[in-house]
Design a protein around this ligand. Structure first.
Ligand code: GDP
Length: 633
């Protein structure tokens, strides 16, 4: 695929979510007539809120909580009185108890969403669009100088008249060179970039790939290239550390050309600039090239509209409440604007630029810290300005409902028989997935990204998430996978011993990822039948930490008991605490009594030290594994 900056075009930013909704289709309205208890003679239709607790629903429907819980059980939802249920589910319960429900107010929301989509689409063709500064992300291998480069550029190019101001780290900054501005996102590396993409946002216009001239192309360099190419973002290479005697820029270019990043001077399409972040050499050249690429790509936006853009960072400040750094992508953000960001909203009380200076407005590509949101949005959430506070509130309500509904689906006790009958009735080809993640945050992001795959054209296979939840992969997940013929996807979580055994026995495919992009990409490939052979982790064994010792040097050695399989000295080790991966690395020492050993089998004890991890705790489980190439179907 060409990674040319001439060719780069934003894909029409499709909106996340919007696909799946609440319950399982309300059948059986008539069935319950006979079972109904005391029924008031005259009933006016009931108006249900977006989300309510079981107890609240009981009150609205003039019945008992127990009655509601029983109805929910018929829908396969195990709930208690305080549990929140979503509108669709409540409608099903109400209907089956003989109530009529008023239409939900969703027209406003639909109008708002349509309005936003239209605004996004206009950006390219709008006659009022003007050139805007490029937004740049710096990527590359660790220690190649990403942070140093970001700092050097910032120090050397503070906008005129602003020198001496105090630098604030708000997640992005702007510099000025030759009278033009460039915006840098200051979280280097592709993780943030990818996490945003997984949430449906793309903030970066141009990626600067940093490669140290003495070290050359390294694993993370390759990874970053893959991410940049897949996002179709134009790339500029900064060959850094040219001040070092060992610097060899030609070798770097050679290595890059081998991974299809072809230097312009060799007839390719990737500009490469030699720099030294330490000595501040070549920084102006780099910025000049970035601006050139920006010009070629005609980066534009209309500044005279209500703003929209993306959340770069967000946190709660003890004194100031929710604080978010947002990047305006089009329009102009003004003080006192009403903003919806992800599933929260608010009126902007104050705005600050990257030097902590109060500002009243922010134009396209301008990063600002905003105060006034009611809650903390997530990085990668998009934001929009609304004229009407009511519309904003309704939209937020709708999004919160969706979020809670998602959480409910995660918590729901799944009935195997129910799912089994669905499988039996299954028609279209489906890739069924059980998704387990370390934290709730990644769960939502991955779920959305996966479901979005279904909207892509030309896909004969549809993806169906059977279960999504945060926590370790358990034996019950494996049996669910067996019954529903699903694969299990673990993001930063691993199966415990029992689950692993069950999966091996039942032949269940469990796949592990720690980079969202890899996960999505592989599932996508699987859906299109293009999955290439890859490496897979083969488990050698499991051990449990029974006690720990601190050595004089500070290293921690654990007394372990091998539960299953064996430990081989060359194995990789993955430390699991409550099913979550807390460390991955190599074995530093493996001993039986005082002797170094190559291998320890199940049922034996051993002393174990890990490279770069001294936080082993009693009760930790350690999984030992090695990598093998496997051909995937
Ligand atoms: P990052 O992990 O990619 O963010 O790398 P850093 O910016 O932390 O830099 C890693 C190390 O390389 C630090 O010790 C820097 O001082 C050093 N470094 C960065 N840029 C240069 C450079 O241009 N020349 C030299 N000699 N060292 C550099």
């Amino acid at each position: 695929m060409a990674n040319t900056y001439q060719g780069a075009r934003r894909g029409g930013s499709s909106r996340p979510g919007g696909g799946r909704r609440g319950g399982k289709g309300g059948r059986g309205g008539a069935r319950t007539v006979a079972m109904r208890q005391v029924r008031p003679v005259e009933r006016t239709p009931v108006t249900l809120p977006s989300v309510m607790s079981v107890a609240e629903l009981a009150e609205l429907l003039q019945t008992t909580g127990i009655e509601i819980i029983k109805e929910l059980m018929k829908l396969n939802i195990m709930a208690n009185l305080n549990q929140q249920i979503d509108y669709n589910t409540a409608v099903q319960v109400a209907t089956s108890l003989g109530w009529e429900t008023n239409e939900h107010v969703s027209e406003v929301v639909q109008a708002a969403a349509a309005d936003f989509t239209a605004r996004q689409a206009e950006a390219g063709t709008d006659p009022d669009s003007r050139a805007r500064p490029p937004v740049v992300t710096i990527m590359g291998h660790v220690d190649h100088g990403k942070t140093k480069l970001l700092d050097a550029i910032r120090e050397a190019n503070v906008a005129e008249g602003e020198a001496g101001g105090i630098t604030q780290h708000i997640g992005a900054y702007q510099v000025e060179t030759a009278g033009r501005k460039v915006t840098f996102l200051d979280t280097p590396g592709h993780e943030a970039f990818t996490a945003m993409r997984a949430r449906g946002a793309q903030a970066t216009d141009i990626a600067v790939l940093v490669v140290a001239a003495d070290d050359g192309v390294m694993p993370t360099t390759r990874e970053a290239v893959a991410h940049i190419k897949s996002a179709n973002v134009p790339m500029v290479v900064a060959i850094n550390k040219i001040d070092l005697p060992a610097a060899n820029p030609d070798r770097v270019k050679q290595q890059l050309s081998e991974i299809e990043v072809m230097p312009e001077e060799w007839g390719g399409d990737v500009p490469m600039v030699e720099v030294s972040a330490r000595e501040k050499l070549g920084l102006d050249d780099l910025l000049e090239v970035v601006l050139l690429v920006a010009d070629v790509n005609e980066l534009k936006a209309n500044p005279s509209k209500p703003a929209n853009g993306v959340v770069i960072e967000a946190k709660v400040d003890r004194n100031r409440g929710p604080v978010a750094t947002v990047l305006v992508q089009s329009g102009t953000l003004n003080l006192r604007d009403v903003v919806v960001a992800g599933s929260t909203s608010g009126r902007i009380k104050a705005m600050f630029d990257d030097r902590g200076k109060r500002v009243r407005r922010a134009e396209p590509s301008f990063p600002v810290e905003i105060l006034g949101l009611l809650e903390v949005p997530q990085a990668g959430d998009t934001f929009q300005v609304f004229d009407d506070e009511r519309v904003a509130r309704t939209l937020v309500e709708q999004r919160q409902l969706q979020r809670r509904a998602d959480a409910l689906i995660g918590d729901r006790t799944v009935s195997l028989t129910d799912l089994y009958s669905q499988v039996q009735a299954g028609t279209a080809a489906e890739l069924r997935v059980i998704l387990k993640t370390d934290v709730q945050g990644s769960l939502g992001a991955i779920q959305n990204a996966l479901l979005k795959l279904n909207d892509e054209t030309d896909q004969s296979v549809q993806l169906a998430i059977q279960l999504a939840g945060a926590g370790a992969i358990t034996e019950s997940d494996v049996s669910l996978a067996a019954v529903t013929r699903s694969i299990i996807i673990g993001f930063n979580v691993r199966p415990d011993v029992a689950a692993k055994r069950a999966a091996d026995t039942a032949g269940i495919d469990i796949r592990f990822y720690n980079i969202i992009y890899h996960l999505i990409d592989e599932v996508k490939l699987a859906m299109t039948g293009l999955l290439a052979p890859v490496y897979q982790d083969i488990t050698d064994g499991y051990a449990e930490v029974r006690n720990t010792f601190k050595l004089p040097g500070g290293d921690v050695v654990a007394g372990c008991y091998v539960l299953d399989g064996r430990i081989v000295r060359s194995s990789k080790a993955r430390v699991l605490r409550s099913g979550t991966v807390v460390s991955e690395g190599s074995i530093k020492s493996l001993k039986r009594f005082k002797d170094d050993v190559r291998e320890v089998a199940a049922g034996y004890e051993c002393g174990l030290g890990l490279d770069n991890f001294n936080d082993l705790q009693v009760g930790d489980q350690i999984e030992f594994y090695h990598r093998e190439e496997v051909a995937r179907a």
